[in-house]
Ligand binder design. Structure first.
Ligand SMILES: NC(=O)c1ccc[n+]([C@@H]2O[C@H](COP(=O)([O-])OP(=O)(O)OC[C@H]3O[C@@H](n4cnc5c(N)ncnc54)[C@H](OP(=O)(O)O)[C@@H]3O)[C@@H](O)[C@H]2O)c1
Length: 243
């Protein structure tokens, strides 16, 4: 029996890259997939079409997630459409490549807003509904830089360390409530984020977004006694690193 069929998943940053691949994989299980993305509605519509094609039911909510009013206004609309939430994938994120001295405060704030504050408070908003689900899962897309320090990425690295810290605390806090919380820490995945930051790199040997989607599905399909907190994904080291 497919226990995920008709369950409701929220995916942030669903307009492309990892988010789109995850949304399509959830659709394949017959899930209802709530797509949160930036202001570019056309990107989310393309993901919606991929979800529909794979057999799922998409619901699209375009808007800036760092606007806390957008979250407050949208969550009731989502609940009205879906009646509940079972899965939350906190995937939306931004990177910034520059020397420490060249990282201005407004960029730092923007990175922490989307990479840390949004997962924190979107989860807080959705938690009452996740608590009602019989198989609630929260998956935070962290990074290899949640563990390691890379040069020229100090603000991004700091934000992804913070996201992993939040994930660990939340996992411990929600365990007794039967809500599983996981971190995925990918290395270089060939998405727009990498294409913009490192146009000199090709997709040769890089992780595909679909491979991260496979890991999401592994978490969702394996709710046994062995709790897996975190999966780190490294690529074959063919090119010098990266975002
Ligand atoms: N690619 C990698 O090598 C890699 C490695 C480790 C971890 N990650 C993480 O994986 C996640 C997905 O990234 P990706 O590689 O798939 O890159 P991506 O294609 O650039 O996806 C990021 C998504 O986040 C959305 N987003 C950013 N700011 C937003 C905001 N304020 N409101 C709503 N949506 C917003 C973007 O929407 P718009 O395009 O509309 O702005 C975009 O759809 C990120 O958290 C990233 O840090 C990526």
């Amino acid at each position: 029996m497919n226990e995920l069929k008709n369950k409701v998943a929220v995916v942030t940053g669903a307009g492309g890259g990892i988010g789109r691949a995850v949304a399509a994989a959830l659709g394949k299980e017959g899930m209802r997939v709530v797509l949160f993305g930036g202001n570019d509605n056309s990107k989310l519509m393309a993901t919606a079409s991929a979800v529909r094609k794979s057999g799922g039911e998409p619901l699209v909510f375009a808007g800036d997630l760092t606007d806390m009013n957008f979250i407050s206004d949208t969550v009731p609309k989502v609940l009205k459409e879906t009646g509940g939430i079972d899965v939350l994938i906190n995937n939306a994120g931004k990177a910034f490549n520059a020397a420490f001295e060249d990282t201005p405060a407004d960029v730092f704030d923007k990175l922490f807003a989307i990479n840390v504050k949004v997962p924190y408070f979107l989860t807080q908003k959705l938690l009452p509904y996740l608590k009602k689900s019989d198989r609630a899962e929260i998956i935070n897309v962290c990074s290899v830089v949640s563990h390691a320090g890379y040069p020229m990425q100090s603000a991004y690295v700091a934000s992804k360390h913070a996201l992993l810290g939040f994930t660990k605390s939340l996992a411990a806090e929600l365990y007794e409530k039967n809500i599983r919380v996981h971190a995925i820490c990918p290395g270089g995945v060939y998405t727009d984020m990498v294409k913009v930051a490192r146009p000199d790199l090709s997709d040769d040997g890089m992780i595909k977004p679909e491979e991260i989607a496979d890991i999401v599905m592994f978490f969702l399909k394996n709710r046994g006694n062995a709790v897996i907190d975190e999966i780190c994904v490294h690529r074959v080291n063919k090119q010098p690193f990266l975002v």
